[in-house]
Write a protein that binds this ligand. Structure first.
Ligand SMILES: [Zn+2]
Length: 289
């Protein structure tokens, strides 16, 4: 090999390395730059079957993490079994446990006429009260289901107007109008029902979204047990995760809308006998401290 060719080869290798580093930087940059396309900024799409939400960001799914949580650091979803309690670096003070020995079930993204009635029937059967984190547009479309939720003794949580995973990256004014619009849709169905909890879609908390929610009288609500039912792991896996990870004070994240939730409903049928035998279950209170 001549000196000239080895130099050329060295230059080639350096070029490849530099190109690789630039490529990595580009990918990293992409993950940090807010994606303004409607699909990613809201995490939602609409089909003939109703809205489908790309919900909780999932570790190991590149591109699934919304920009808001990328800038605030990764938001773990408790899949490692440890859960994430209030005071975690990324929760900005959002509650992740009940603060009592009691366990709370929470149902997100609804109401949905296919699944919410099934969830309500199972909760009724086991005399369990839960908390429903409703999406504004779904509350507007199904006021009868919002009324059923409240009439049966469950409590409400604001989950944004259109399941906006990137809401926390928007201006305080934009966040405020989104949350107020959602509360207005809920109150159109149940004028006097308290709405004292706010859950940020995707758990993508930011300081502004927590701050605005509190200004509007809503306490930020996270979770500590997440079976990732939105990712359709099947009823058995959802059941196993909830049953094995539940402990006193757990806030369990489940979904009654946003996609095919029959697996969640089927899991709930198995989860309720177990949890009610081991824990006292409660709807999150309407007077959080
Ligand atoms: Zn959600």
């Amino acid at each position: 090999m001549t000196r000239g060719s080895s130099t050329a080869r060295a230059v080639g290798i350096v070029t490849l390395v530099v190109a690789g580093l630039l490529g990595s930087a580009y990918v990293l940059g992409r993950s940090l730059v807010p994606d303004q396309t409607p699909r990613h900024s809201t995490g939602a799409t609409t089909s003939a079957d109703g809205p489908y939400y790309a919900d909780q960001p999932s570790a190991g799914k590149p591109g699934a993490t919304p920009s808001a949580s990328a800038s605030a650091g990764p938001v773990e979803t408790g899949q490692d079994g440890s859960g994430r309690d209030a005071g975690g670096d990324n929760l900005f003070g959002a509650h992740a446990t009940t603060g009592t020995p009691r366990l709370a079930l929470t149902f997100d993204d609804g109401p949905d006429p296919r699944y919410t009635p099934q969830v309500l029937a199972l909760l009724r059967e086991y005399d369990v009260h839960a908390t429903f984190c409703v999406v504004g547009e779904n509350a507007q479309n199904h006021p009868d289901l919002v009324q059923s939720i409240v009439n049966e003794g469950h409590t409400l949580c604001n989950h944004s107007w259109h399941h906006d995973v990137g809401l926390g990256a928007r201006s305080a004014d934009a966040i405020r109008s989104d949350l107020l619009r959602t509360n207005a849709a809920i109150r159109a169905a149940v004028p006097n029902a308290p709405i004292v909890w706010y859950r940020q879609p995707g758990g993508a908390w930011t300081y502004p979204v927590v701050s605005v929610a509190r200004q509007l009288g809503m306490t930020p609500l996270h979770w500590s047990v997440d079976p990732s039912d939105w990712d359709l792991p099947g009823a058995s896996k959802i059941t196993a995760t909830v049953v094995s990870q539940a402990q006193p004070g757990s806030v369990v994240l489940l979904h009654d809308a946003g996609g095919d939730r029959q697996g969640t409903v089927d899991a709930l049928r198995r989860i309720l006998p177990d949890l009610t035998a081991r824990f006292e279950l409660e709807a999150l209170p309407t007077d959080p401290t």
